[in-house]
Structures are given as structure tokens and as C-alpha cells.
Write a protein that binds this ligand. Sequence first.
Ligand SMILES: C[S@@+](CC[C@H](N)C(=O)[O-])C[C@H]1O[C@@H](n2cnc3c(N)ncnc32)[C@H](O)[C@@H]1O
Length: 339
Amino acid sequence: MNTFSNSIIYVPSSIQDARRMIKASVDFESLIERPGKEQILLDRAMSALKGKTRIPSFHRSDYGDVSAFFDEASADYDSDQLNPYWSFAHEILKFILTKFIAGHFLNTQSIRVFDAGAGTGNWSKFVLGLNDRVSSILFDMNQNMLGVAHTKIIRLPGSSAKIVEGNLEILSDFPSQPSNLVLCMHNVIGLGRNIPLILRNLYLYLEAGGMAFIMTTNKYHAFNFAIQYRGEDEARRVVSDGTIKFKNDMPEMFCYTPQEFKTLLETAGFEHVTVLGFPVTIYPSVEDTKLLRNETLENSLRNPDARNALLELEKRLCLNPSFAYRAGSSLIAICQKRT
Ligand SMILES: C[S@@+](CC[C@H](N)C(=O)[O-])C[C@H]1O[C@@H](n2cnc3c(N)ncnc32)[C@H](O)[C@@H]1O
């Protein structure tokens, strides 16, 4: 164990344990006013490591590196569907999307989605299946990822989706018609190189009155994971450079605390920004971050009864922004553009 072992996110070993941990960690009466003890410990550990650090310089990848990574990753990208941790995380994400889309678009004729960094198209596929008022533009800079999406969605008979290839940093690459729902799912923002510019472009492109779901990697998770599995140098990258490499052969990804992410989105112009995290009841193992992710160390998720109980607990807790710091997969911001 390392010197920060008292500060790692506590991983429950059962549903009962998860409930006990959450009760003990967070004072339910004052969730909104102050964070849980666990978050305070993480904040302290991150500041202590930052204070210890001589200003190191970390190599920054460019879009050539990001493209090369996805050229190779595209063939196996969807293997996460077979992994119990990721299938659990995806189910929660579907729950969050469905809930907020239903609330916002109750009286809207058509939901025109812009899937920013659509990759292999999984999230367009999901929203297109919600009802027949949904259409989607899948936007990405990587042809190989879009090639997988094409096979999966675009060539289906009657598909109301289309593909646009472009870079989110270049506003003139965006379609001419605005969309009223922007999705930017999983690690698109983190792999972007100029994030304030991408967020500003998404804001400008979104129709007035529209809604956006924008995800990023949780900095608390990045720190916690690096400390447990990657060593102090990688944890130092998180606190000093604001980036994380979950493994060596990947471009570094930018990561944010829930508060940093909210501020970034508000600076870009978004309003009514709520940042949630998920899953907060269960944590990924090092196995879960591998590209071919059908293996896991978390076997309780293979038991349907345990999985269902955890899912019900997770559905209640993940909607509370105070738990976002525990998110082992991602943060998701739900935000709007003024009418
Ligand atoms: C981790 S994948 C996520 C794919 C999809 N959103 C999902 O959740 O499955 C990240 C995608 O973002 C794309 N991407 C990263 N930076 C981009 C940029 N500046 N412009 C367009 N696409 C970008 C990559 O090509 C890649 O397909």
C-alpha cells in the first residue's frame, strides 16, 4: 500500500456494505452543504501530492495520437458490452438519459440529436430507439469508428441517422442546422485537445432552449485509480497536469472534479448545469479498464439478485450530485441553453 491508502475510495463488498458505507460516509441531512468525509480525504490527499510535486512536465498527445489510438481500438471498442461492470454502468447511463430526455422534451415534436464524438454509435442507437420522433447526426473525426457506426445504424432500413465527419474544434465542420439535443458521451471531451473551444462550439451549435448531456472523466476517480493501480507518478499527473492515463498505450485524457466541470460548462455559456456521477456504489477494477473488457474481478454483478439490488440503490443515489465524486465511470453534466 502507498502513503495515500487512507484516502482511496472505499469499495463495498456487498449491497449491505454499500448501504452502510454510504450512510457512514455522508451525512444525509447536509448533503447539499458539504461533501462526505471520503471526498474531504481525497481532496486533502490530492493537495498534499500537488504540494510535494516539483512542476513536472508531462508529454501532451496531439490529434494524430488520438486518431491512431481509435484506428486500432475501433474493432474491439464494443467489447465493453460483455463486461459486467460496464454493462451495469451503461444501464445507469440509459436510466439517466431516459429520465432527463423525457422531462425536457415532453411537448416537443422532434428530437434532433447531435452525437458529438459519436464513435461506434452506441448512444445514437439508444436514443433513436426511445421513440420515432428522434433523429441523429453522428459526428466524429475517426473514420474507423464511424465505419462501425455505419454498419450498426446508418444502413438499417428507414434509419433517421446520418454521419458527418469533422473536428469538434472547427465550428465550420458542424452541420448548418442546429440540433436541440447534444450528446457528448464518455471520453470525447477528455480526448479533445482544446476543451474550452469544443464546449463553446457545442454551446453555439445547440438550438436555443435545447439540452446537452456532456460527459467527462472524474478527477477523483482518476486520482484514486492511479494511486491504487498505476503508482505515484501517474497520480502526480492527475493533480499537476489534470490528465490521466489509465494505461500506458493511450493518449492522456483531461479529467475534472464535478465542481471544475460545472464551472467549465458555465464559462462556455451553458445554464442550469447539474453534474452527476455513476456508478457510485461500485468501482471498476484494473481488469475493467482493459480494451478487451469481457473479464472482470467484480463477480457480484454476475449474480442477478445482487445486481438488481445494486441497480435499485444506484438509481436512487446517482441522481444526487453530492455523490458524483465517487463516480468510477464518468461524470455527466445535464445542461441547457437559454430560450
Ligand atoms: C471514447 S470514444 C467515445 C465514443 C462514443 N461517444 C461512446 O460513448 O461510445 C471518443 C470518440 O471521440 C472522438 N473525438 C475525440 N476528439 C474529437 C474531436 N475533436 N472531434 C471529433 N471527434 C473527436 C474520437 O474519434 C472517438 O471516436
